[in-house]
Design a protein around this ligand. Sequence first.
Ligand code: FAD
Ligand code: NAD
Length: 485
Amino acid sequence: MSDNKYDVIVIGSGPGGYVAAIRAAQLGLKTACVEKWVSDDGKKVVNGGTCLNVGCIPSKALLDSSHKYHDAHADFEKHGISTGKLKLDVPKMLERKDKVVAQMSGGIGGLFKANKVASITGKGKLLAGKKVEVTTASGDVTVYEADNVILASGSVPINIPVAPVDPADNNIIVDSTGALEFSEVPKTLGIIGAGVIGLELGSVWSRVGSEVVCLEAMDSFLSIMDQQIAKESEKIFRKQGLDIRLSCRVTGTKIKGKKVDVIYLDKEGNEQTQTFDKLIVCVGRRPYTEGLLAEDSGVEMDERGSVFVDENCATNVPGVWAVGDIVRGPMLAHKASEEGVIVAERIAGQKAMMNYDVIPNVIYTYPEVASVGQTEEQLKSAGEEYKVGTFPFLAVGRAVAADSQDGMVKLISHAKTDRILGCHIVGPSASDLVQQIAIAMEFGSTAEDIGMTVFGHPTFSEAVKEAALAVNGHAIHMPNRKRKK
Ligand code: FAD
Ligand code: NAD
Protein backbone atom coordinates (compact mmCIF):
# COMPACT_ATOMS: atom_id res chain seq x y z
CA MET A 1 0.00 0.00 0.00
CA SER A 2 1.43 3.42 -0.94
CA ASP A 3 2.27 5.92 1.81
CA ASN A 4 -0.73 8.05 0.88
CA LYS A 5 -3.22 5.19 0.81
CA TYR A 6 -5.06 4.12 3.99
CA ASP A 7 -7.79 1.69 4.92
CA VAL A 8 -9.39 4.44 7.01
CA ILE A 9 -8.92 8.21 7.10
CA VAL A 10 -10.69 10.10 9.86
CA ILE A 11 -11.23 13.86 9.50
CA GLY A 12 -11.25 15.51 12.95
CA SER A 13 -9.64 14.34 16.18
CA GLY A 14 -12.40 15.16 18.70
CA PRO A 15 -13.92 12.38 20.82
CA GLY A 16 -15.73 11.08 17.73
CA GLY A 17 -12.71 11.08 15.43
CA TYR A 18 -9.83 10.07 17.67
CA VAL A 19 -11.76 7.18 19.20
CA ALA A 20 -12.81 5.96 15.74
CA ALA A 21 -9.17 6.12 14.60
CA ILE A 22 -7.86 4.18 17.60
CA ARG A 23 -10.55 1.50 17.31
CA ALA A 24 -9.95 1.12 13.55
CA ALA A 25 -6.19 0.72 14.16
CA GLN A 26 -6.86 -1.81 16.95
CA LEU A 27 -8.81 -3.83 14.40
CA GLY A 28 -5.75 -3.99 12.14
CA LEU A 29 -6.75 -1.26 9.68
CA LYS A 30 -4.12 1.15 8.38
CA THR A 31 -5.52 4.40 9.79
CA ALA A 32 -4.78 8.13 9.68
CA CYS A 33 -6.45 10.98 11.56
CA VAL A 34 -6.43 14.47 10.04
CA GLU A 35 -6.65 17.48 12.39
CA LYS A 36 -6.45 21.15 11.47
CA TRP A 37 -6.13 22.62 14.98
CA VAL A 38 -2.57 23.68 15.82
CA SER A 39 -1.02 25.28 18.92
CA ASP A 40 -0.72 29.10 19.07
CA ASP A 41 2.91 28.91 17.95
CA GLY A 42 1.81 26.75 15.02
CA LYS A 43 4.29 24.01 15.92
CA LYS A 44 2.08 21.25 17.34
CA VAL A 45 -1.16 19.63 16.33
CA VAL A 46 -3.91 19.99 18.96
CA ASN A 47 -5.90 16.77 19.24
CA GLY A 48 -9.08 16.16 21.23
CA GLY A 49 -11.42 18.66 19.58
CA THR A 50 -13.96 20.77 21.43
CA CYS A 51 -14.31 18.28 24.26
CA LEU A 52 -10.73 18.18 25.47
CA ASN A 53 -9.67 21.71 24.59
CA VAL A 54 -12.62 24.09 25.01
CA GLY A 55 -15.50 21.91 26.21
CA CYS A 56 -16.02 19.06 28.64
CA ILE A 57 -12.57 18.99 30.22
CA PRO A 58 -11.70 22.68 30.79
CA SER A 59 -15.24 23.45 31.92
CA LYS A 60 -15.08 20.65 34.49
CA ALA A 61 -11.62 21.79 35.66
CA LEU A 62 -13.09 25.22 36.40
CA LEU A 63 -16.17 23.67 37.94
CA ASP A 64 -14.04 21.78 40.42
CA SER A 65 -11.90 24.83 41.26
CA SER A 66 -14.94 27.03 41.78
CA HIS A 67 -16.59 24.36 43.88
CA LYS A 68 -13.56 24.14 46.17
CA TYR A 69 -13.57 27.92 46.54
CA HIS A 70 -17.26 27.94 47.32
CA ASP A 71 -16.86 25.16 49.87
CA ALA A 72 -14.08 27.02 51.63
CA HIS A 73 -16.05 30.26 51.49
CA ALA A 74 -19.49 29.02 52.46
CA ASP A 75 -19.32 25.52 53.95
CA PHE A 76 -16.05 24.90 55.79
CA GLU A 77 -17.17 26.80 58.86
CA LYS A 78 -20.07 24.37 59.41
CA HIS A 79 -17.51 21.59 59.63
CA GLY A 80 -15.47 23.48 62.22
CA ILE A 81 -12.78 24.47 59.72
CA SER A 82 -11.68 28.10 59.60
CA THR A 83 -9.47 29.41 56.84
CA GLY A 84 -8.94 33.09 57.57
CA LYS A 85 -9.51 35.50 54.69
CA LEU A 86 -9.92 33.65 51.40
CA LYS A 87 -8.32 34.90 48.20
CA LEU A 88 -9.00 33.68 44.68
CA ASP A 89 -6.16 33.79 42.17
CA VAL A 90 -8.03 33.57 38.84
CA PRO A 91 -4.90 33.39 36.61
CA LYS A 92 -3.70 30.43 38.70
CA MET A 93 -7.11 28.75 38.42
CA LEU A 94 -6.88 29.16 34.62
CA GLU A 95 -3.29 27.89 34.61
CA ARG A 96 -4.41 24.68 36.35
CA LYS A 97 -7.24 24.29 33.84
CA ASP A 98 -4.77 24.75 30.95
CA LYS A 99 -2.46 22.10 32.45
CA VAL A 100 -5.34 19.63 32.67
CA VAL A 101 -6.23 20.35 29.03
CA ALA A 102 -2.60 19.98 27.88
CA GLN A 103 -2.29 16.64 29.70
CA MET A 104 -5.50 15.24 28.21
CA SER A 105 -5.03 16.60 24.71
CA GLY A 106 -1.34 15.63 24.61
CA GLY A 107 -2.27 12.13 25.75
CA ILE A 108 -4.04 11.50 22.46
CA GLY A 109 -0.76 11.85 20.54
CA GLY A 110 0.59 9.07 22.80
CA LEU A 111 -2.45 6.89 22.15
CA PHE A 112 -2.08 7.44 18.39
CA LYS A 113 1.57 6.33 18.56
CA ALA A 114 0.77 3.32 20.72
CA ASN A 115 -1.96 2.21 18.30
CA LYS A 116 -0.03 3.15 15.14
CA VAL A 117 -2.52 5.79 13.98
CA ALA A 118 -0.84 8.23 11.58
CA SER A 119 -1.49 11.81 12.68
CA ILE A 120 -1.80 14.22 9.75
CA THR A 121 -1.90 17.96 10.43
CA GLY A 122 -4.00 20.16 8.15
CA LYS A 123 -7.53 20.87 6.99
CA GLY A 124 -9.13 17.84 5.40
CA LYS A 125 -11.59 17.96 2.53
CA LEU A 126 -13.42 14.95 1.14
CA LEU A 127 -13.13 14.76 -2.64
CA ALA A 128 -15.01 12.41 -4.96
CA GLY A 129 -13.85 8.79 -4.90
CA LYS A 130 -12.93 8.74 -1.17
CA LYS A 131 -9.89 10.93 -1.69
CA VAL A 132 -8.97 13.35 1.09
CA GLU A 133 -7.18 16.58 0.30
CA VAL A 134 -5.20 17.99 3.24
CA THR A 135 -4.07 21.61 3.28
CA THR A 136 -1.55 22.71 5.93
CA ALA A 137 -1.56 26.15 7.58
CA SER A 138 1.27 27.16 5.23
CA GLY A 139 -0.79 26.14 2.19
CA ASP A 140 0.87 22.82 1.25
CA VAL A 141 -1.61 20.39 -0.28
CA THR A 142 -1.43 16.59 -0.25
CA VAL A 143 -4.07 14.19 -1.51
CA TYR A 144 -4.59 10.88 0.31
CA GLU A 145 -6.78 7.93 -0.62
CA ALA A 146 -8.80 5.63 1.58
CA ASP A 147 -11.19 2.71 1.36
CA ASN A 148 -13.22 4.34 4.11
CA VAL A 149 -13.46 7.96 5.28
CA ILE A 150 -14.97 8.96 8.62
CA LEU A 151 -16.11 12.58 8.89
CA ALA A 152 -15.90 13.88 12.47
CA SER A 153 -15.52 17.64 12.17
CA GLY A 154 -17.69 18.51 15.18
CA SER A 155 -19.62 21.67 15.93
CA VAL A 156 -19.22 25.37 16.73
CA PRO A 157 -21.32 27.81 18.80
CA ILE A 158 -24.36 29.40 17.16
CA ASN A 159 -24.00 33.16 16.81
CA ILE A 160 -26.96 35.49 17.06
CA PRO A 161 -26.85 38.87 15.28
CA VAL A 162 -28.27 40.70 18.33
CA ALA A 163 -25.20 39.73 20.41
CA PRO A 164 -22.20 39.31 18.10
CA VAL A 165 -19.13 37.65 19.61
CA ASP A 166 -16.26 39.85 18.49
CA PRO A 167 -12.84 39.59 20.20
CA ALA A 168 -12.09 43.12 18.92
CA ASP A 169 -14.59 44.32 21.56
CA ASN A 170 -12.25 43.30 24.42
CA ASN A 171 -13.95 39.93 24.86
CA ILE A 172 -16.96 41.47 26.56
CA ILE A 173 -19.46 39.40 24.59
CA VAL A 174 -18.09 35.87 24.46
CA ASP A 175 -19.08 32.31 23.56
CA SER A 176 -18.33 29.28 25.75
CA THR A 177 -14.64 29.35 24.76
CA GLY A 178 -14.24 32.97 25.88
CA ALA A 179 -16.11 32.19 29.11
CA LEU A 180 -13.34 29.71 30.05
CA GLU A 181 -10.77 32.51 29.86
CA PHE A 182 -12.01 35.43 31.98
CA SER A 183 -8.86 36.78 33.66
CA GLU A 184 -10.84 38.11 36.61
CA VAL A 185 -14.22 37.42 38.13
CA PRO A 186 -16.81 39.57 36.31
CA LYS A 187 -18.83 41.42 38.94
CA THR A 188 -21.93 41.10 36.77
CA LEU A 189 -22.35 38.35 34.21
CA GLY A 190 -25.18 38.09 31.69
CA ILE A 191 -25.92 34.81 29.96
CA ILE A 192 -28.12 34.40 26.89
CA GLY A 193 -29.55 30.87 27.01
CA ALA A 194 -30.17 28.95 30.25
CA GLY A 195 -29.18 25.62 28.68
CA VAL A 196 -26.34 23.27 29.55
CA ILE A 197 -23.46 25.69 28.95
CA GLY A 198 -25.28 28.64 30.51
CA LEU A 199 -25.94 26.67 33.69
CA GLU A 200 -22.51 25.06 33.92
CA LEU A 201 -20.45 28.18 33.23
CA GLY A 202 -22.97 30.42 34.99
CA SER A 203 -22.56 28.40 38.16
CA VAL A 204 -18.75 28.38 37.84
CA TRP A 205 -18.60 32.19 37.84
CA SER A 206 -21.45 32.56 40.30
CA ARG A 207 -19.65 30.35 42.82
CA VAL A 208 -16.61 32.61 42.75
CA GLY A 209 -18.66 35.76 43.20
CA SER A 210 -20.28 36.95 39.94
CA GLU A 211 -23.87 38.13 40.01
CA VAL A 212 -25.31 35.98 37.22
CA VAL A 213 -28.46 36.68 35.20
CA CYS A 214 -29.62 34.05 32.67
CA LEU A 215 -31.92 35.32 29.93
CA GLU A 216 -33.78 32.35 28.48
CA ALA A 217 -36.15 32.51 25.51
CA MET A 218 -38.32 29.52 26.48
CA ASP A 219 -41.12 29.82 29.03
CA SER A 220 -40.10 26.64 30.84
CA PHE A 221 -36.74 25.84 32.42
CA LEU A 222 -34.72 23.01 30.82
CA SER A 223 -37.67 22.30 28.58
CA ILE A 224 -36.31 19.04 27.16
CA MET A 225 -35.59 17.50 30.57
CA ASP A 226 -38.10 15.67 32.75
CA GLN A 227 -40.12 18.60 34.06
CA GLN A 228 -40.36 17.42 37.68
CA ILE A 229 -36.56 17.26 37.87
CA ALA A 230 -36.23 20.52 35.89
CA LYS A 231 -38.48 22.31 38.39
CA GLU A 232 -36.57 20.88 41.35
CA SER A 233 -33.28 21.94 39.70
CA GLU A 234 -34.60 25.43 39.00
CA LYS A 235 -35.54 25.80 42.68
CA ILE A 236 -32.04 24.71 43.76
CA PHE A 237 -30.22 26.99 41.30
CA ARG A 238 -32.37 30.00 42.22
CA LYS A 239 -31.62 29.32 45.91
CA GLN A 240 -27.91 29.35 45.00
CA GLY A 241 -28.33 32.84 43.55
CA LEU A 242 -28.67 32.25 39.79
CA ASP A 243 -31.16 34.84 38.51
CA ILE A 244 -33.01 32.85 35.83
CA ARG A 245 -35.40 34.91 33.70
CA LEU A 246 -37.65 32.88 31.38
CA SER A 247 -39.55 34.08 28.28
CA CYS A 248 -36.95 36.78 27.55
CA ARG A 249 -36.15 37.92 24.04
CA VAL A 250 -32.85 39.74 23.59
CA THR A 251 -33.28 42.40 20.91
CA GLY A 252 -29.90 44.11 21.01
CA THR A 253 -26.59 44.75 22.75
CA LYS A 254 -24.38 47.85 22.98
CA ILE A 255 -20.77 47.77 24.06
CA LYS A 256 -20.12 50.77 26.33
CA GLY A 257 -16.48 51.02 27.33
CA LYS A 258 -15.73 47.89 29.34
CA LYS A 259 -19.36 46.89 29.78
CA VAL A 260 -22.28 45.80 27.65
CA ASP A 261 -25.90 46.93 27.71
CA VAL A 262 -28.30 44.12 26.93
CA ILE A 263 -31.73 45.13 25.69
CA TYR A 264 -34.46 42.52 25.96
CA LEU A 265 -38.20 42.05 26.10
CA ASP A 266 -39.26 40.46 29.38
CA LYS A 267 -42.06 37.97 30.04
CA GLU A 268 -44.67 40.74 29.93
CA GLY A 269 -43.27 42.13 26.67
CA ASN A 270 -41.75 45.20 28.35
CA GLU A 271 -38.38 46.39 27.07
CA GLN A 272 -35.62 46.18 29.67
CA THR A 273 -31.97 47.18 29.60
CA GLN A 274 -29.37 45.67 31.89
CA THR A 275 -25.64 46.35 32.01
CA PHE A 276 -23.10 43.54 32.49
CA ASP A 277 -19.31 43.30 32.72
CA LYS A 278 -19.38 40.20 30.52
CA LEU A 279 -22.02 38.47 28.42
CA ILE A 280 -21.91 34.79 27.45
CA VAL A 281 -23.88 33.77 24.37
CA CYS A 282 -24.74 30.07 24.62
CA VAL A 283 -27.85 29.42 22.58
CA GLY A 284 -26.78 26.07 21.12
CA ARG A 285 -24.18 24.71 18.70
CA ARG A 286 -24.32 23.89 14.98
CA PRO A 287 -22.53 21.24 12.94
CA TYR A 288 -19.20 22.47 11.53
CA THR A 289 -18.84 21.46 7.89
CA GLU A 290 -17.14 24.52 6.36
CA GLY A 291 -14.72 23.38 3.64
CA LEU A 292 -15.24 19.72 4.56
CA LEU A 293 -16.91 18.48 1.38
CA ALA A 294 -15.92 19.11 -2.21
CA GLU A 295 -18.91 19.90 -4.40
CA ASP A 296 -18.63 16.54 -6.15
CA SER A 297 -18.10 14.50 -2.95
CA GLY A 298 -21.72 13.40 -3.27
CA VAL A 299 -22.40 13.48 0.50
CA GLU A 300 -25.90 14.67 1.36
CA MET A 301 -26.79 17.01 4.20
CA ASP A 302 -30.08 17.11 6.10
CA GLU A 303 -32.34 20.14 6.52
CA ARG A 304 -30.54 21.21 9.72
CA GLY A 305 -27.09 21.36 8.15
CA SER A 306 -25.96 18.02 9.60
CA VAL A 307 -24.36 15.35 7.44
CA PHE A 308 -27.15 12.90 6.63
CA VAL A 309 -26.51 9.39 7.98
CA ASP A 310 -28.47 6.19 8.60
CA GLU A 311 -28.78 4.46 11.99
CA ASN A 312 -25.24 3.09 11.59
CA CYS A 313 -23.64 6.45 10.72
CA ALA A 314 -23.24 5.57 7.03
CA THR A 315 -23.70 8.53 4.66
CA ASN A 316 -25.32 8.09 1.26
CA VAL A 317 -21.84 7.55 -0.28
CA PRO A 318 -20.64 3.96 0.26
CA GLY A 319 -17.47 3.93 2.38
CA VAL A 320 -18.06 7.43 3.75
CA TRP A 321 -19.26 7.64 7.35
CA ALA A 322 -19.95 10.49 9.77
CA VAL A 323 -20.03 10.61 13.57
CA GLY A 324 -20.45 13.00 16.49
CA ASP A 325 -21.74 16.55 16.48
CA ILE A 326 -21.95 16.78 12.67
CA VAL A 327 -24.73 14.17 12.59
CA ARG A 328 -28.22 13.96 14.15
CA GLY A 329 -28.68 13.20 17.83
CA PRO A 330 -27.46 14.83 21.02
CA MET A 331 -24.18 16.77 20.84
CA LEU A 332 -22.38 14.79 23.52
CA ALA A 333 -18.80 13.54 23.68
CA HIS A 334 -19.73 9.99 24.72
CA LYS A 335 -22.30 9.72 21.93
CA ALA A 336 -19.62 10.84 19.44
CA SER A 337 -17.09 8.31 20.78
CA GLU A 338 -19.54 5.43 20.77
CA GLU A 339 -20.49 6.21 17.18
CA GLY A 340 -16.76 6.25 16.34
CA VAL A 341 -16.35 2.75 17.78
CA ILE A 342 -19.44 1.42 16.02
CA VAL A 343 -18.28 2.76 12.63
CA ALA A 344 -14.73 1.38 13.02
CA GLU A 345 -16.15 -2.03 13.91
CA ARG A 346 -18.58 -1.95 10.97
CA ILE A 347 -15.72 -1.07 8.62
CA ALA A 348 -13.88 -4.12 10.00
CA GLY A 349 -16.89 -6.27 9.10
CA GLN A 350 -18.50 -6.53 12.54
CA LYS A 351 -22.21 -5.91 13.12
CA ALA A 352 -21.92 -3.34 15.92
CA MET A 353 -24.96 -1.17 16.67
CA MET A 354 -25.60 1.87 18.81
CA ASN A 355 -28.47 2.01 21.30
CA TYR A 356 -29.65 5.60 20.96
CA ASP A 357 -32.35 5.00 23.61
CA VAL A 358 -29.82 4.72 26.42
CA ILE A 359 -27.49 7.71 26.26
CA PRO A 360 -26.88 9.38 29.63
CA ASN A 361 -27.03 13.16 29.69
CA VAL A 362 -25.49 15.20 32.50
CA ILE A 363 -25.45 18.88 33.40
CA TYR A 364 -22.40 19.46 35.59
CA THR A 365 -23.81 22.00 37.99
CA TYR A 366 -23.66 21.45 41.73
CA PRO A 367 -25.63 19.38 42.39
CA GLU A 368 -25.54 17.66 39.02
CA VAL A 369 -28.61 17.03 36.87
CA ALA A 370 -28.54 13.70 35.01
CA SER A 371 -30.91 11.62 32.98
CA VAL A 372 -31.16 8.52 30.86
CA GLY A 373 -34.08 7.13 28.88
CA GLN A 374 -37.46 8.74 28.47
CA THR A 375 -38.97 11.60 30.44
CA GLU A 376 -42.44 11.43 31.95
CA GLU A 377 -43.58 14.01 29.37
CA GLN A 378 -42.31 11.87 26.46
CA LEU A 379 -44.06 8.77 27.82
CA LYS A 380 -47.30 10.68 28.37
CA SER A 381 -47.33 12.03 24.83
CA ALA A 382 -46.52 8.57 23.44
CA GLY A 383 -49.50 7.19 25.37
CA GLU A 384 -47.28 4.71 27.26
CA GLU A 385 -48.50 3.31 30.58
CA TYR A 386 -45.88 3.90 33.25
CA LYS A 387 -45.20 3.99 37.00
CA VAL A 388 -43.04 6.55 38.80
CA GLY A 389 -40.98 6.31 41.97
CA THR A 390 -39.17 9.30 43.47
CA PHE A 391 -36.90 9.52 46.47
CA PRO A 392 -35.37 12.65 48.04
CA PHE A 393 -31.70 12.87 49.03
CA LEU A 394 -32.70 14.42 52.34
CA ALA A 395 -33.69 10.92 53.49
CA VAL A 396 -30.33 9.38 52.51
CA GLY A 397 -27.82 9.10 55.38
CA ARG A 398 -24.76 9.69 53.21
CA ALA A 399 -26.30 12.83 51.68
CA VAL A 400 -27.16 14.20 55.11
CA ALA A 401 -23.64 13.44 56.39
CA ALA A 402 -22.17 15.20 53.34
CA ASP A 403 -24.58 18.14 53.65
CA SER A 404 -25.74 17.42 50.08
CA GLN A 405 -29.43 16.92 50.67
CA ASP A 406 -30.88 18.91 47.79
CA GLY A 407 -32.53 16.97 45.00
CA MET A 408 -34.12 13.62 44.25
CA VAL A 409 -34.01 10.48 42.12
CA LYS A 410 -36.94 9.72 39.83
CA LEU A 411 -37.28 6.30 38.28
CA ILE A 412 -39.90 5.43 35.68
CA SER A 413 -40.88 1.90 34.71
CA HIS A 414 -43.47 0.34 32.43
CA ALA A 415 -46.85 -0.03 34.18
CA LYS A 416 -47.24 -3.68 33.17
CA THR A 417 -43.76 -5.13 32.66
CA ASP A 418 -41.97 -2.92 35.26
CA ARG A 419 -39.08 -2.60 32.79
CA ILE A 420 -37.14 0.63 33.45
CA LEU A 421 -37.95 3.34 30.92
CA GLY A 422 -36.07 6.30 32.35
CA CYS A 423 -34.22 7.75 35.29
CA HIS A 424 -33.84 11.44 36.12
CA ILE A 425 -31.79 12.81 38.96
CA VAL A 426 -30.82 16.09 40.47
CA GLY A 427 -28.50 15.61 43.39
CA PRO A 428 -25.00 14.65 44.54
CA SER A 429 -23.06 12.37 42.15
CA ALA A 430 -26.06 12.29 39.79
CA SER A 431 -23.68 11.63 36.86
CA ASP A 432 -22.42 8.39 38.40
CA LEU A 433 -25.80 7.31 39.77
CA VAL A 434 -27.57 7.61 36.43
CA GLN A 435 -24.92 5.39 34.86
CA GLN A 436 -26.05 2.55 37.15
CA ILE A 437 -29.50 2.79 35.59
CA ALA A 438 -28.02 3.05 32.09
CA ILE A 439 -26.41 -0.35 32.70
CA ALA A 440 -29.65 -1.72 34.14
CA MET A 441 -31.57 -0.50 31.08
CA GLU A 442 -29.06 -2.16 28.72
CA PHE A 443 -29.79 -5.43 30.53
CA GLY A 444 -33.56 -4.89 30.34
CA SER A 445 -33.88 -4.67 34.14
CA THR A 446 -37.06 -3.90 36.01
CA ALA A 447 -37.51 -1.46 38.89
CA GLU A 448 -37.97 -4.55 41.08
CA ASP A 449 -34.51 -5.85 40.00
CA ILE A 450 -32.95 -2.61 41.26
CA GLY A 451 -35.03 -2.73 44.44
CA MET A 452 -33.81 -6.29 45.12
CA THR A 453 -30.13 -5.41 44.57
CA VAL A 454 -28.01 -4.88 47.69
CA PHE A 455 -26.60 -1.35 47.68
CA GLY A 456 -23.69 -0.35 49.90
CA HIS A 457 -24.47 1.76 52.94
CA PRO A 458 -24.06 4.63 53.39
CA THR A 459 -23.93 5.70 49.73
CA PHE A 460 -25.71 8.27 47.59
CA SER A 461 -26.78 5.35 45.42
CA GLU A 462 -29.22 4.20 48.10
CA ALA A 463 -31.47 6.96 46.70
CA VAL A 464 -31.58 4.97 43.43
CA LYS A 465 -32.60 1.78 45.24
CA GLU A 466 -35.23 3.62 47.26
CA ALA A 467 -36.64 5.31 44.12
CA ALA A 468 -36.87 1.85 42.53
CA LEU A 469 -38.68 0.52 45.61
CA ALA A 470 -40.93 3.60 45.50
CA VAL A 471 -42.04 2.67 41.97
CA ASN A 472 -43.94 -0.20 43.55
CA GLY A 473 -44.74 1.66 46.78
CA HIS A 474 -42.19 -0.02 49.04
CA ALA A 475 -39.52 2.59 49.76
CA ILE A 476 -38.26 1.97 53.28
CA HIS A 477 -37.09 5.43 54.29
CA MET A 478 -39.71 7.47 52.42
CA PRO A 479 -40.49 10.56 54.49
CA ASN A 480 -44.18 11.55 54.89
CA ARG A 481 -45.61 8.93 52.57
CA LYS A 482 -47.98 6.02 52.97
CA ARG A 483 -46.52 2.71 51.87
CA LYS A 484 -48.37 0.03 49.92
CA LYS A 485 -48.74 -3.30 51.66
P1 FAD B 1 -15.32 18.02 18.16
O1 FAD B 1 -14.93 17.69 19.53
O2 FAD B 1 -15.87 19.38 17.89
O3 FAD B 1 -14.02 17.78 17.27
C1 FAD B 1 -13.97 18.07 15.92
C2 FAD B 1 -12.51 18.22 15.51
O4 FAD B 1 -12.45 18.25 14.09
C3 FAD B 1 -11.87 19.51 15.99
O5 FAD B 1 -10.63 19.22 16.58
C4 FAD B 1 -11.69 20.33 14.71
O6 FAD B 1 -10.54 21.17 14.75
C5 FAD B 1 -11.52 19.23 13.68
N1 FAD B 1 -11.88 19.62 12.32
C6 FAD B 1 -13.02 20.21 11.90
N2 FAD B 1 -13.02 20.32 10.56
C7 FAD B 1 -11.85 19.77 10.13
C8 FAD B 1 -11.28 19.58 8.86
N3 FAD B 1 -11.91 19.94 7.74
N4 FAD B 1 -10.06 19.00 8.78
C9 FAD B 1 -9.40 18.61 9.90
N5 FAD B 1 -9.90 18.77 11.14
C10 FAD B 1 -11.12 19.32 11.25
N6 FAD B 1 -20.21 16.83 26.05
C11 FAD B 1 -20.30 15.89 27.00
O7 FAD B 1 -20.64 14.74 26.69
N7 FAD B 1 -20.02 16.16 28.31
C12 FAD B 1 -19.65 17.40 28.70
O8 FAD B 1 -19.41 17.62 29.89
C13 FAD B 1 -19.56 18.43 27.74
N8 FAD B 1 -19.19 19.66 28.09
C14 FAD B 1 -19.06 20.63 27.13
C15 FAD B 1 -18.72 21.91 27.53
C16 FAD B 1 -18.62 22.92 26.60
C17 FAD B 1 -18.24 24.31 27.04
C18 FAD B 1 -18.84 22.63 25.22
C19 FAD B 1 -18.71 23.70 24.18
C20 FAD B 1 -19.20 21.36 24.81
C21 FAD B 1 -19.33 20.34 25.77
N9 FAD B 1 -19.71 19.05 25.42
C22 FAD B 1 -19.84 18.09 26.39
C23 FAD B 1 -20.00 18.68 24.03
C24 FAD B 1 -18.79 17.94 23.43
O9 FAD B 1 -17.65 18.76 23.54
C25 FAD B 1 -19.06 17.58 21.98
O10 FAD B 1 -20.27 16.85 21.89
C26 FAD B 1 -17.94 16.72 21.41
O11 FAD B 1 -16.71 17.40 21.49
C27 FAD B 1 -18.23 16.34 19.96
O12 FAD B 1 -17.18 15.56 19.48
P2 FAD B 1 -16.83 15.53 17.92
O13 FAD B 1 -15.68 14.60 17.81
O14 FAD B 1 -18.04 15.27 17.14
O15 FAD B 1 -16.38 17.01 17.55
P1 NAD C 1 -28.48 24.20 24.80
O1 NAD C 1 -29.28 23.76 23.66
O2 NAD C 1 -28.23 23.28 25.92
O3 NAD C 1 -29.14 25.50 25.44
C1 NAD C 1 -29.39 26.64 24.70
C2 NAD C 1 -30.47 27.43 25.42
O4 NAD C 1 -30.57 28.69 24.81
C3 NAD C 1 -31.84 26.77 25.33
O5 NAD C 1 -32.43 26.74 26.60
C4 NAD C 1 -32.60 27.66 24.36
O6 NAD C 1 -33.97 27.71 24.63
C5 NAD C 1 -31.94 28.99 24.63
N1 NAD C 1 -32.00 29.95 23.53
C6 NAD C 1 -31.87 29.71 22.20
N2 NAD C 1 -31.92 30.88 21.51
C7 NAD C 1 -32.06 31.87 22.43
C8 NAD C 1 -32.15 33.28 22.35
N3 NAD C 1 -32.09 33.91 21.19
N4 NAD C 1 -32.31 33.99 23.50
C9 NAD C 1 -32.36 33.35 24.70
N5 NAD C 1 -32.27 32.00 24.83
C10 NAD C 1 -32.11 31.27 23.72
O7 NAD C 1 -27.12 24.76 24.15
P2 NAD C 1 -25.76 25.22 24.82
O8 NAD C 1 -25.90 25.43 26.27
O9 NAD C 1 -25.24 26.29 23.96
O10 NAD C 1 -24.86 23.92 24.61
C11 NAD C 1 -24.67 23.43 23.29
C12 NAD C 1 -24.55 21.93 23.31
O11 NAD C 1 -23.28 21.55 23.80
C13 NAD C 1 -25.55 21.25 24.23
O12 NAD C 1 -26.78 21.06 23.59
C14 NAD C 1 -24.87 19.95 24.50
O13 NAD C 1 -25.16 19.08 23.45
C15 NAD C 1 -23.40 20.31 24.48
N6 NAD C 1 -22.91 20.46 25.87
C16 NAD C 1 -23.01 19.38 26.70
C17 NAD C 1 -22.59 19.50 28.01
C18 NAD C 1 -22.72 18.34 28.92
O14 NAD C 1 -22.96 17.23 28.44
N7 NAD C 1 -22.56 18.49 30.23
C19 NAD C 1 -22.05 20.68 28.47
C20 NAD C 1 -21.97 21.74 27.60
C21 NAD C 1 -22.40 21.62 26.29
